[in-house]
Design a protein around this ligand. Structure first.
Ligand code: C5P
Length: 297
């Protein structure tokens, strides 16, 4: 029997931005305590899954620099689900990468989350939501969010998720100055003492009311703008180009900007591209759209 005759499913794996990211303390486990608001956006990788009757997990990717063995979160997600659900079938998976890597957009985490949702369906696997959330958290702090999508609050390491009302952003630009910023050194350079969490600005200020500029914060901008000044220049340029909100996403290096309308976004897109930076025009993806196109818990 060929793969083509077996069930196949294709899903987008949407990127995320952090509308807000506060680092509220350093934890004894080496991670940092976060209060962050995640938002899925329309830039996406695509994943194609075909069911195999053997237990093999085979991954192909259009980026040769990306490992396709157990180092890849997609393979780890598939294996973990197989084990947890006692599934004997396997999958052939093709990954088309569009989300840049080490860019603060959660690309690898989204691929892993989408894999868990899609393979659970393809394999008709019965796993409780708690198990799927546990697998997701074991793969990375950002992965549980990608079982929900839309707008959500992340606490703990960012892995404890509470869905929030959708924040609709019709026109937004993602701008990446083509530098990769590894996450772990950024957190380390905060040099935080072991701390108990401080009261959060987000709880008072989210969903946004009043001046959005005071609501959308990112505590990682200080160390990243210091060590990678071009990322700070991207943010300044977005503001000069008319962005109503401009913030770094995650630990960078991507910066997002909101625009009033499509015309303002298009003008800014041209201005930013002139610097030789990569620019994507996109929009927010609601939780309902995410559930329909990727899957739901
Ligand atoms: O969980 P993940 O592997 O994506 O995290 C990458 C690194 O980022 C961690 O090893 C840790 O150094 C840092 N991190 C952190 N606190 C978080 C999330 C990530 O210190 N809440």
């Amino acid at each position: 029997m060929t793969h083509e005759s077996l069930p196949t499913v294709s899903v987008p794996a949407f990127a995320k931005i952090n509308l807000s990211l506060e680092v509220v303390g350093r934890r004894p486990d080496g991670y940092h305590e976060l209060r962050t608001v995640f938002q899925t956006v329309s830039l996406a990788d695509t994943l194609h899954f075909s069911r195999l009757e053997t237990s093999d997990i085979r991954l192909e990717c259009d980026r040769p620099e990306l490992a396709t063995d157990e180092r890849n979160l997609v393979v780890r997600a598939a294996r973990a689900l197989q084990a947890a659900a006692g599934v004997t079938r396997g999958a052939a998976i093709r990954l088309e990468k569009r989300i840049p890597m080490e860019a603060g957009l959660g690309g690898g985490s989204s691929d892993a989350g989408a894999t868990l949702l899609a393979l659970r369906r393809l394999w008709n696997a019965t796993v409780p939501d708690e198990t799927l959330l546990g697998i997701a958290a074991s793969l990375g702090a950002d992965v549980p969010f990608f079982l929900y999508g839309g707008t959500a609050l992340g606490t703990g390491r960012g892995d404890i998720i509470e869905p929030l009302p959708d924040v609709e952003v019709p026109v937004l630009l993602l701008v990446n100055p083509k530098v990769a910023v590894p996450t772990a050194p950024v957190f380390r350079s905060l040099n935080m003492p072991l701390t108990s969490p401080e009261p959060s600005r987000i709880f008072i200020a989210f969903p946004p009311e009043g001046d959005a500029r005071t609501v959308f914060v990112n505590d990682l901008e200080v160390p990243v703008f210091r060590d990678f000044p071009v990322v700070g220049r991207v943010r300044e340029t977005l503001v000069e180009a008319g962005a109503t909100v401009a913030r770094m996403s995650g630990s960078g290096s991507t910066v997002f900007g909101f625009f009033e309308n499509a015309a303002a976004g298009a003008t800014a897109e041209n201005a930013l591209a002139e610097h030789g930076w990569r620019v994507w025009s996109c929009r927010s993806v609601s939780r309902a759209e995410y559930a329909e196109r990727v899957g739901r818990l």
